[in-house]
Structure formats: C-alpha cells, structure tokens
Design a binder for this molecule. Structure first.
Ligand code: NAP
Length: 261
C-alpha cells in the first residue's frame, strides 16, 4: 500500500493521551499518522509514527500545513490548558473542511471533604492567596505561570515544576522543587505535612499522574485553589483514546470515499 493510499491524520500532541493514541494507531496500515509537538520540553517522549516539532504560525499557518501535507483528519489531543492551539485547530479545520476531534481527559471534580476555591485567571488566584493569608503555598501551576505570585511577600512558596523556570521570577520566599509525576498519595501526604503547606494552587489538568495531591489535601484538611479549564470551540469531544479510535472508525469511510482512497 503506497503512502497516499492511506488517509493522513494529524495528532496535535504534548500529552499522554496523544502519545497513547499514536501508539494505538502504529499498527494501522490504513492511516498515516503525524504527531505535532510544540517543542516546549527538552526531551519529550517520542510517539510512534512521524513527528514534527514547533508552532505552525497561528490558524493560517496550520491551514497551510494541513493543505501542503495533504491531511485528511485532525485530532486535537493537546493539554486541557493549551486552548490557543484548540481555537487555531477549529478555525483551520473549518476553513479546510476537515473533520476535527477534541480528545481531552475528564476534569477532576471536588468530593466530600474537599475545600476547593475555583478561579479563572492567575491574578484572581494571587488575590486569593493574599486574601486567605495563606503562609505556606504549594504552587503546582507550571513554570510559565509563576509571575503573578512572585510579588507576594507575605507567603512562602514551594514551587514544583518539571523543568526549571528560566528566568526564575523574583520571589522573596520560595523553594524550587523539580519533580515529574506520577506522584503517590503517600509521597504527597508526606510532602504537604513536612513542608507545613496550608494552600495548594494548581490547575484542573485531570488525569491520574498528579491527582494524589488532591487526596492528600483532603486527608490533611488543606484548601486547594483550582484553576478552571479555559473555554473551547464547539467541536466533537471524547475523553478517552478508545473513544477517539471509535470516532476514527466512524468518519474514515466517509472521508476516504470523498478522497477516493
Ligand atoms: P497553547 O497556548 O494552546 O498554544 C500556544 C502556541 O503553541 C500555539 O498557538 C502553537 O503555535 C503552539 N502549539 C501548541 N501546541 C502545539 C502542538 N501540539 N504542535 C505545534 N504547535 C503547538 O499551548 P501551551 O499551553 O503553550 O502548550 C504547549 C504544548 O504543551 C501543547 O502541545 C500542550 O499539549 C503541552 N502541554 C501544555 C500544558 C499546559 O498546562 N498548558 C501542560 C502539559 C503539556 P502556533 O500558533 O505558532 O502554531
């Protein structure tokens, strides 16, 4: 089977779900899969199939790429907080008349005993930290989102990040903890207790790699300031790789027929 006798699928990646989807599609002879990574992390896990790295240059750039590379289908499996890419994908696929699916893991939900304070932007979260007079804060927000907290002198911050912020914003009282999930409940409980954390600030990423801090916070009676997910364009959404595979099976015959494949 020549390459062009297969449909071409672009996966917008950078998540476990995108990686798992590319792995699941690796044996398929009816699809040629390209995963796109933004290029933010130094040593990303390389998914099966072809990989391209770097931004496209907005919705128009993505549109050009889709046309030049003769893509048939797109699955946006970027992180729940990577919304700009989602809006660009919706605009480009709409203009090109391509089918687009959003693959997004379910959000975390508060349960009995949780003390969540939900917010929409980082300035609101910084105000929350000050208003609650939190003294010792675990900041698990990603290294790009630290600046709004760096002017708060009344609290001490434990900044947990996969990679070091460069540059590090000018915090007066902070410690940097470089760590990559998955984290265990036992480990998170010990960390929160030993560092006497009284507030966690994080975003509603969902998934199981980093949710142990929420269970540990519940056990210890610690409040959690949780950033809500950003707004998304109205495209079909699934929350698992299995459902994305089912969507592919449902749209592929129609797309293949249109393309004469
Ligand atoms: P974003 O705000 O939605 O996107 C910013 C720009 O980065 C996009 O406009 C696009 O540039 C480029 N980009 C994003 N994802 C891309 C991809 N998969 N392939 C090629 N270019 C991409 O995204 P972000 O929050 O900066 O996240 C960047 C990447 O890190 C995403 O792939 C995401 O899945 C991953 N990630 C993000 C988070 C998070 O908390 N935000 C956490 C874990 C992983 P152009 O406009 O030039 O095309």
């Amino acid at each position: 089977m020549s390459l062009r006798s297969r449909l071409k699928l672009l996966i917008l990646g950078g998540t476990t779900e995108a990686y798992d989807l590319a792995q699941a599609l690796a044996p398929r002879r009816d699809l040629a899969v390209v995963t796109s990574l933004a290029g933010r992390t130094a040593n990303p896990r390389r998914p099966a199939g072809e990989v391209r790295v770097g931004g496209f240059g907005g919705a128009d750039g993505l549109g050009d790429y889709l046309r030049k590379s003769d893509m048939d289908l797109v699955i946006d499996a970027t992180h729940p907080f990577a919304s700009r890419m989602g809006w660009n994908a919706a605009a480009a696929c709409n203009a090109a008349g391509l089918a687009l699916l959003r693959l997004e893991r379910p959000p975390w939900r508060p349960g009995p005993g949780d003390q969540w304070l939900e917010f929409d932007d980082w300035i609101e979260a910084a105000t929350l930290v000050t208003a609650r007079t939190a003294r010792r804060v675990l900041l698990a927000v990603g290294r790009q989102e630290l600046v709004p907290f760096s002017g708060i002198d009344a609290a001490w911050f434990l900044i947990r990040s996969v990679e070091a912020p460069a540059p590090m914003p000018p915090f007066r009282h902070a410690e940097l903890l470089l760590a990559r999930g998955p984290f265990t409940l036992e480990g998170e409980h010990a960390l929160l207790a030993e560092r006497r954390i009284d507030l966690i600030v994080c975003k509603n990423s969902g998934g199981t790699a980093t949710d142990a801090k929420l269970a540990a916070a519940r056990e210890l009676g610690i409040a959690v300031a949780m950033k809500r997910r950003p707004a998304r364009p109205g495209v079909p959404v699934v929350d698992s790789v299995a459902a994305a595979l089912a969507w592919l099976d449902s749209v592929q015959p129609a797309v293949g027929y249109q393309r004469g494949v």
